[in-house]
Design a protein around this ligand. Structure first.
Ligand code: TRP
Ligand code: ZN
Length: 877
C-alpha cells in the first residue's frame, strides 16, 4: 500500500471552475522519441465563481515534462508557479490572459493507454475521463468547454494521415521539411472529447445527406490490411445517422465524420467530436472472421458512439458523477436502435439477461453504487454496468412512464434547453418533467439509491365480486452506505391470462385493457382488477419494465402456460428461465449434499411444445431453449458452490438433450442457412437455433452428431458456424477438440481478432490442469501483455473457468492475483477490471472464500494505482 492513501472525491463538494478557457490552441510535434506539445490557452476568470483571487490550478504533471510557461508575453520564472500532487499552481494571475505552455511527453512509453500513446505504428489518444492531463496541463474537467484548434506536425512519409477534431483548415510544410496539418472544431467541448491520430492509414470514403440536405463526408480509417473489413461499420453508421434524425430529430452537425480503428484500446470505443476512435474488435467485420454476435456488437457500438454526438457532446456532463447522464441515455438509444433494426423481443431478452447476470451481481457486491455515484477515488472505476446498463433501464422507465410522444417532447426540450452546456442528471429529469407534466419527484430516487430492489407479489381472487387483487411490496437492500433506502417509483407492466392461456381484458381504475402499467411508488400497494370470472394467471413485469427482482410464487403449471401462451414474448422467455432455475436449484442442492442428481423435469415438456411452435421467431426459440448460465446461477446463489452449479447445469442439459434428441436433430437440419453469408436478423436467427440444437444433440453421445460438429467446423464458410462448432466441440469434450483448437489457430494466426477468440476459448477450457494450461497460453506467441484485448481474452476467459479459477487448492486465485500485480503498474484500468471475480469472495463457499480473501490482502500490500487500490480496498472493507 502507498504511504498516503488516495483521496475520495465527493459529489457534494462540487464547485464551479474558477477559470474558463474560451479557446485552446494546441501544437503537437510528433516524434518517436519525444513529442513536444505547445498549448495556448485563452483564459479568463469565471464570473460565476465567487472568488476573484482564486489561484489557477491546472491538472497534469505525472508524465508531462514542463519546458516553458508564459502568461501573455511574460515568461514565468520557476518561483512564480508550483508543481505538486500532479497540479501546476499559479497564484497570481490577471482576470484575462493567454497561458502558453510547452511540454514534453513520451507516447512510446505510455503503457496505460491514457493520453497520447502508440498503437501499432500510429499515434492515437484516449482522453476520457482524465487522460488529457497526460498530454498537457489543463483544466481537465468536463464543465470547462473550449473551442479547439490543433496543429499536428510530423514526418509525412511515416504519418501521411494526421487527424483531429472538426474540419481540416490548413496543410503545409515546416521549415525543417515536416508536414503540418491544422484542424479546427467550432463546437466548444471539454478536453475529454479531444482526439488526435497520426499514421499510415487506409481510408474508406462515403457520404451521407442529412434531413436538411447537407452532405457529410464519412471516413473510416484502418491499417491498410484491414480496409476490407469496414463496409459493415460504414453501413451501420449511415443507418445510425438516419435513425437519430427519424427517432430523435437529431441531425449531424459537422461536414465530416471520421472513425479510426486501433488495436490497443482499454475499452470498446470513444465518441471524440467528429473523430471516433474504436477498438478494432468493435469495428472490423467480415463473414469469414466475424461471428453474428460480433456483427451485432459492431452495429450497436457504431450507433452508440455516433449517438453521443448529441447525448454527450452537444450536451455534456457537468462533472463525472453525472456520467450516466450521457451513458445511460446513450445505451438506451443504442438498444432501441438495435431493436428497430432487428427484433425488439430478442434484443430485450439479450439485454435483460446480461443485466440480470452481470449488473445485478455488481450491485450486490462491494463496488455497488447508484447510477449517479456520490463519491469515487478513481473515476475510471465507475464506467460500470450500473452506470451504463442500469442507467439505460432508468431512462427506459422514464420512457414507459411518459409514453413515446411525451418522451420525445422531453428529449427535444433537453437538447434545446441545454445545447452547448455541461449539465446534470437532475437537468435531464427536469426537462422530461417540464415537457410532459408527469411528476418524477419520487422517480428521481433511482439516481441516488443503489442495489436491486425486490418486488414481492401476492394475489387473491374473490369469486363473489369478480375482483382480483395484486398486492405488491418493494424493498431495497440496506447496505453500509445506504441505511435507510426509500421506496422507489417502479412501473410494473402487467397482463392477465385465463386458464387456457388467452389474454384477458381486465378493468383497473375504470380502464379496460389487456396490458396495464402499475405504478408501485410506496412500500406496499394493492391493485384491484375487476370484472373477472375466474382466478387469472398474472404475467408480471412484462418486457422487464423495471430493473428489479420479482418474487411471485408461480406453480410449474403457471410457468408452462406463460411459456407457451403469453402475448408478451419477453415473459415467455422469462417463464422458461424461472422454470429452469427452479429445477436447477433442486439439482444444485442435491449436488451440494453429494447425492445422485435426479429430477422429473417439467421443463422438458415445455421445450417439447416450444420446438413445435412454428409461429415463433427461431431466435426466440433458441433463447428460450438456452439454460440459465453458470454466471446467472451464481448471481442467484448465496453462498456459491461453483462445482455444484456446474454439475447441476450439465445434468439438466444432458437430460433435455436426451429427451429431445430427435427434435434437436430435426431443428439442426431445418434451420440450415443457404446462400451467401448475411448478418440479417433472419439469418442470424436460423444460425443461432441450428447451432444451439447441435450443442444439445451432441450431448446425447450420438455419433452422427459428433461427426456433424466436426464437419461443420471444417466446411463452414462463415465464422459463426465455424466457431460455434469449435466451441461445442471444446465444451462437450469432443474427441477431436484438441486437434480442432490447434488447427483453428494454424488457420487464423494472421488474424488477431480471430486469434483473440481462440485465446478466450482456450482459457475457458475446463480441466483439472486449467491453471497450468492458462499459464502456458500466456507464453504462447499469440499472447501479448501490452494488448488489452489479449489480456481480456485470456484472463477474462479464465475468470469464468470454474475448474481453473475456482480450483480447490487456490492456485487459480493466486495466478490471477499475480497478473493483477504485474498489470497494476503497466495499465491500471485493465488491472482494476481484472479484479472483479476476486471481489465476489464474500459470496463464495467458505473454503474458497478464505483463499480469495488472502489473495486480495496480498494485492493490497503492494504499491497500488488508485484504480486497483479502490477496488481491492472496498472489497475488503
Ligand atoms: N465514452 C466511452 C463510451 O462510449 C467510454 C470509454 C472509451 C472510456 N474509452 C474509455 C471510458 C477509457 C474510460 C476510459 O462509452
Ligand atoms: Zn458511451
Amino acid at each position: 500500500m502507498k504511504d498516503s492513501q488516495p483521496k475520495t472525491i465527493h459529489l457534494k463538494d462540487y464547485t464551479v471552475p474558477p477559470f474558463l478557457i474560451d479557446k485552446t490552441e494546441l501544437t503537437f510535434d510528433l516524434d518517436e522519441a519525444t513529442t513536444v506539445v505547445t498549448s495556448r490557452l485563452h483564459m479568463r476568470r469565471n464570473p460565476e465563481c465567487g472568488k476573484s483571487n482564486a489561484p489557477l490550478v491546472l491538472d497534469g504533471g505525472e508524465d508531462v515534462k514542463l519546458i516553458a510557461l508564459a502568461m501573455d508575453d511574460y515568461t514565468l520564472p520557476e518561483g512564480e508557479y508550483q508543481q505538486e500532487d500532479n497540479k501546476l499552481i499559479i497564484t497570481a494571475t490577471a482576470d484575462e490572459f493567454v497561458l502558453t505552455c510547452e511540454t514534453l511527453i513520451e507516447p512510446q512509453n505510455n503503457t496505460s493507454l491514457e493520453g497520447l500513446y502508440r498503437s501499432s505504428s500510429m499515434f492515437c489518444t484516449q482522453c476520457e475521463a482524465e487522460g488529457f492531463r497526460h498530454i498537457t496541463y489543463y483544466l481537465d474537467r468536463p464543465d470547462v468547454m473550449s473551442v479547439f484548434t490543433t496543429t499536428i506536425i510530423a514526418d509525412e512519409s511515416r504519418y501521411p494521415v494526421m487527424l483531429s477534431n472538426g474540419n481540416e483548415v490548413e496543410k503545409g510544410k515546416t521549415e525543417e521539411g515536416k508536414t503540418f496539418v491544422v484542424w479546427h472544431d467550432p463546437f466548444p467541448k471539454p478536453a475529454y472529447l479531444f482526439a488526435l491520430v497520426a499514421g499510415d492509414l487506409a481510408v474508406k470514403n462515403d457520404t451521407f445527406i442529412t434531413q436538411s440536405q447537407r452532405e457529410v463526408t464519412l471516413q473510416i480509417f484502418t491499417e491498410p490490411h484491414n480496409l476490407d473489413k469496414v463496409d459493415y461499420a460504414m453501413e451501420a453508421l449511415k443507418r445510425s445517422m438516419r435513425w437519430d434524425e427519424e427517432t430523435y430529430g437529431r441531425e449531424y452537425d459537422l461536414d465530416i465524420f471520421m472513425i479510426v480503428a486501433v488495436d490497443d484500446f482499454n475499452m470498446g470505443a470513444m465518441e471524440n467530436k467528429g473523430l471516433n476512435i474504436f477498438n478494432s474488435s468493435c469495428l472490423l467485420a467480415s463473414p469469414k472472421t466475424t461471428t453474428d454476435d460480433s456483427y451485432l456488437r459492431v452495429e450497436a457500438i457504431v450507433a452508440h458512439e455516433y449517438f453521443h454526438n448529441w447525448s454527450g457532446n452537444r450536451v455534456t456532463c457537468r462533472d463525472w458523477f453525472q456520467l450516466s447522464l450521457k451513458e445511460g441515455f446513450t445505451v438506451f438509444r443504442d438498444q432501441t436502435f438495435s431493436a428497430d433494426m432487428h427484433s425488439e423481443t430478442v434484443k430485450r431478452v439479450e439485454d435483460v439477461s446480461f443485466l440480470k447476470t452481470a449488473q445485478f451481481a455488481e450491485d450486490a457486491g462491494p463496488m455497488s453504487h447508484p447510477i449517479r455515484p456520490a463519491s469515487f477515488i478513481e473515476i475510471s472505476n465507475f464506467y460500470t454496468l450500473t452506470v451504463y446498463e442500469k442507467g439505460a433501464e432508468v431512462v427506459r422507465m422514464v420512457h414507459t412512464l411518459l409514453g413515446p410522444e411525451k418522451f420525445r417532447a422531453g428529449s427535444d426540450l433537453y437538447f434545446d434547453r441545454h445545447d452547448g452546456q455541461a449539465v446534470t442528471c437532475d437537468d435531464f429529469i427536469a426537462a422530461m418533467q417540464d415537457a410532459s407534466g408527469v411528476d418524477l419527484t419520487v422517480f428521481k430516487r433511482w439516481y441516488s439509491q443503489s442495489g436491486t430492489p425486490n418486488v414481492t407479489v401476492t394475489d387473491a381472487f374473490d369469486s363473489a365480486t369478480g375482483s382480483y387483487r395484486l398486492t405488491m411490496k418493494q424493498e431495497t437492500p440496506v447496505t453500509q452506505n445506504q441505511p435507510n433506502p426509500l421506496p422507489l417509483h417502479i412501473p410494473v407492466r402487467v397482463g392477465l391470462l385465463d386458464a387456457s392461456g388467452q389474454a384477458i381484458s381486465a378493468n383497473l381504475h375504470d380502464e379496460s385493457s389487456e396490458d396495464h402499467v402499475l405504478h408501485l411508488n410506496t412500500e406496499e400497494q394493492v391493485f384491484e382488477f375487476t370484472g373477472l370470472n375466474a382466478k387469472p394467471i398474472p404475467s408480471l413485469l412484462r418486457g422487464f419494465s423495471a430493473p428489479v427482482k420479482l418474487h411471485y410464487d408461480y406453480s410449474t403449471a403457471d410457468l408452462l402456460l406463460l411459456m407457451s401462451s403469453d402475448t408478451d414474448g419477453f415473459n415467455r422467455w422469462s417463464a422458461a428461465q424461472q422454470l429452469a432455475v427452479n429445477e436447477l436449484t433442486l439439482l444444485i442442492e442435491q449436488a451440494k449434499a453429494g447425492k445422485e442428481l435426479s429430477i422429473n423435469s417439467q421443463l422438458v415438456k415445455g421445450f417439447k411444445a416450444l420446438v413445435n411452435d412454428k409461429t415463433l421467431d427461431p431466435a426466440m426459440v433458441a433463447l428460450i431453449l438456452t439454460l440459465p448460465s453458470q454466471a446467472y446461477l451464481s448471481e442467484l446463489a448465496n453462498p456459491i458452490y461453483p462445482a455444484a452449479i456446474k454439475k447441476a447445469r450439465h445434468h439438466l442439459k444432458v437430460l433435455v438433450a436426451k429427451a429431445l434428441a430427435d427434435e434437436f436433430e430435426s431443428l439442426y437440419n431445418t434451420h440450415k442457412v443457404t446462400g451467401e453469408y448475411q448478418a440479417t436478423a433472419e439469418d442470424i436467427a436460423h444460425r443461432s437455433l441450428k447451432n444451439l440444437a447441435l450443442s444439445y444433440w451432441v450431448e446425447t453421445d450420438n455419433e452422427l452428431a459428433q461427426k456433424i460438429v466436426f464437419d461443420q467446423y471444417q466446411s463452414a464458410d462463415n465464422m459463426t458456424d465455424q466457431f460455434s462448432a469449435l466451441t461445442t466441440a471444446v465444451h462437450s469434450k469432443h474427441e477431436k477438440a484438441a486437434d480442432m483448437l490447434a488447427s483453428f489457430y494454424e488457420q487464423w494466426k494472421e488474424e488477431p481478432l480471430v486469434v483473440n477468440k481462440w485465446l478466450m476459448l482456450s482459457a475457458c477450457q475446463e480441466s483439472e490442469d486449467a491453471v497450468a494450461k492458462v499459464k502456458a497460453l500466456m507464453e504462447h506467441p499469440a499472447f501479448d501483455l501490452k494488448n488489452p484485448n489479449k489480456v481480456r481474452s485470456v484472463l477474462g476467459g479464465f475468470g469464468q473457468n470454474l475448474s481453473g479459477f475456482h480450483h480447490s487448492d487456490g492456485s487459480g486465485y493466486r495466478f490471477l492475483a499475480d497478473q493483477i500485480i504485474v498489470l497494476n503498474k503497466r495499465n491500471p484500468q485493465i488491472a482494476s477490471r481484472l479484479c472483479t471475480p476476486l471481489t465476489r469472495w464474500k459470496k463464495m463457499e467458505p473454503a474458497l472464500s478464505a483463499k480469495m480473501k488472502a489473495e486480495l490482502e496480498r494485492i493490497l500490500a503492494e504499491d497500488l494505482s488508485k484504480d486497483v487500490f479502490e477496488v481491492i480496498s472496498k472489497s475488503l472493507a
